[in-house]
Structure formats: structure tokens, C-alpha cells
Write a protein that binds this ligand. Structure first.
Ligand code: 13P
Length: 288
């Protein structure tokens, strides 16, 4: 099976009261780790690509080809969507051209009018090509690819205006933050989440900053309509910790332990296990 868009997998998740994990690609090892995790657990998956990753991995077209060819090589049979994460207007257009099956256009830096105009245009292009669209209202806190934002709560009325533009999923800030949560973090604002879902006619909601949110909050968010959860930092940390352990144990100094494939193997396996752990929490295992 080739890439699919995110529509059907999110509709099923919403109906089945679970969430599909969106896992950010960072390198070739992460492509392999996430595809294997999804296939092994019969879980649908969304692979996310930020602008930084796109630059690092050779652009959207290269990544789309790499993921599709990997899927064929690994005989992946579960639904896989390849999604732009926090795309600027230009990045979203490049990814549509490059063969992605799903796009996030992050117009949160624009005023609501300009966000609406640009989102409309992206939606019209994507509809023609069967590509799903995620839009964002209310900047999500923390740092991602050099962009900083404080965790703020989205205005449910603005969410309703954006949701009505024909998008397939909506990311709305509810106090969530990318990266590590500070010790004094106040948690997710479930009142705002409930109000957003109420005003947006059951549209699939997306929770960014999925790393480090306590399990009970994740479950409550799913109960209130979240059916896509984005995770990056926890997988990155799992990769790096496993790689550091390999070197600290001196394994790179034994035999052929210095080869890049041997060096990166523990990180790949740790990424895969972290992905499976998150999918189990989100309830998507066996749902492919
Ligand atoms: P974390 O890095 O906090 O898991 O957030 C990932 C994310 O939201 C990507 O859009």
C-alpha cells in the first residue's frame, strides 16, 4: 500500500475513541523505526516532517520517495500518511508539489483574516489532489525549528471560523508546549478544549507537544475529541540516550562497532520502542 491521506484513519480514531500518533522524522533511522513500529503493532501512523527536517533530508520530494520506497521494501501494509508539520505557506506548497499526502499549514503567525485567506487557498489546492489539511489556531508554546511561542489558548470562535474552511483537522493551543514541559506548567486547559470541540462540529482535533504530557491528561484529551497526537522530543531523547549508552559502554571500540549502522542501531530500536509505547497510550494498537 502506498501513502494515504489522514482522513479515514482520523475518522476511525474519532469514532473508536483513540488517537493516531504523529511522529516526527529526523533522519533515515526514524523512517525505518516508525514504519516498523506501525507494522509490527498493526497501528495506523502519521509521519511528520518539519521545515528543518525537510532541509536536512533533501527536500519534500526526496522524503516522499524515500518513505514510499521504504514502505515497499519493508512490505508495510498499515495506513501511513506523510504530513507536513507546521508548514509555512511556501513549505506547504512545496510539499504538495513533492508528493506528500497530508499538509499542516501553520498560519498562526498571521492575523485571523490572512490565516483564513491562505488556509482557503491551500485547502482548494489540496482538495483537488486528495491531500488532507491541518490548520492551527492559537500558537502552541515552546520552540520548534527555531520558532518560539508561548503556550496560549485558542479562541473557540476563531477555531470555528478556520474549521469551517473545509480543513480536515484542527490544531488548537490549549496550553500545550513543544519540547520539555517546565516544572511549573499548569497542564492542558480542558475547558477550552471542550469549548473548541463544541464550536467546531466534531472536527478531528490535534494535540501538539505530545512529549511529557501525563498519561491521564492524554486520555482526557482523547475523550474530548483529540484524535491526532504529535510526538517528537521523547523519541529524539530515546534515540540520543541509547546512542550515548552505546558509546559510553565502549561498544564503538570493539570489532566493527564503529560502523555508522552499528552505532545507530540502538537509537533506532529505542525510537521504535518509544513509538510503540506512545501508540499503546493513544489506543491505536491493532487499529490498522
Ligand atoms: P514534542 O516535541 O513536544 O513531542 O512536540 C511535537 C510536535 O508537536 C510536532 O508538531
Amino acid at each position: 500500500m502506498g501513502l494515504v491521506n489522514a482522513k479515514e484513519m482520523l475518522a476511525k480514531a474519532k469514532a473508536g475513541h483513540y488517537a493516531v500518533g504523529h511522529f516526527n522524522l529526523n533522519n533515515m533511522e526514524s523512517v525505518r523505526a516508525f514504519l516498523l513500529a506501525a507494522e509490527e503493532t498493526r497501528s495506523p501512523i502519521i509521519l511528520g516532517v518539519s521545515g528543518g527536517t525537510a532541509k536536512y533530508m533533501g527536500g519534500y520530494k526526496t522524503i516522499a520517495h524515500m518513505v514510499e520506497d521504504f514502505m515497499e521494501f519493508l512490505k508495510i501494509t498499515v495506513p501511513v500518511a506523510l504530513h507536513v508539520d507546521h508548514g509555512t505557506y511556501e513549505e506547504a506548497l512545496a510539499a504538495i508539489e513533492g508528493g506528500f499526502s497530508s499538509i499542516m499549514f501553520d498560519g498562526s503567525k498571521y492575523g485571523i483574516e490572512e490565516n483564513v485567506e491562505k488556509t482557503k487557498y491551500i485547502v482548494s489546492l489540496c482538495k483537488e489532489k486528495g491531500i488532507t489539511v491541518e490548520a492551527e489556531v492559537g500558537a502552541i508554546g515552546g520552540e520548534e525549528d527555531g520558532r518560539m511561542a508561548m503556550g496560549e489558548c485558542a479562541d473557540p470562535n476563531e477555531c470555528a471560523a478556520i474549521a469551517a474552511l473545509g480543513i480536515d483537522m484542527l490544531a488548537a493551543g490549549i496550553g500545550n508546549i513543544h519540547g520539555k514541559y517546565p516544572a511549573d506548567w499548569k497542564g492542558l486547559n480542558f475547558d477550552v478544549l471542550a469549548a473548541i470541540q463544541d464550536k467546531t462540529d466534531g472536527i478531528p482535533l490535534v494535540l501538539h507537544g505530545g512529549s511529557g504530557i501525563p498519561d491521564d491528561m492524554i486520555k482526557q484529551a482523547i475523550d474530548l475529541g483529540v484524535c491526532k497526537i504529535n510526538v517528537n522530543t521523547e523519541c529524539q531523547i530515546a534515540f540520543t540516550e541509547a546512542t550515548r549508552k552505546y558509546i559510553e559502554e565502549g561498544k564503538d571500540l570493539k570489532g566493527k562497532g564503529f560502523t555508522p549502522r552499528a552505532l545507530l542501531a540502538p537509537g533506532l530500536e529505542a525510537t521504535k520502542q518509544k513509538c510503540i509505547e506512545k501508540m499503546a497510550l493513544f489506543g491505536s494498537l491493532g487499529k490498522a
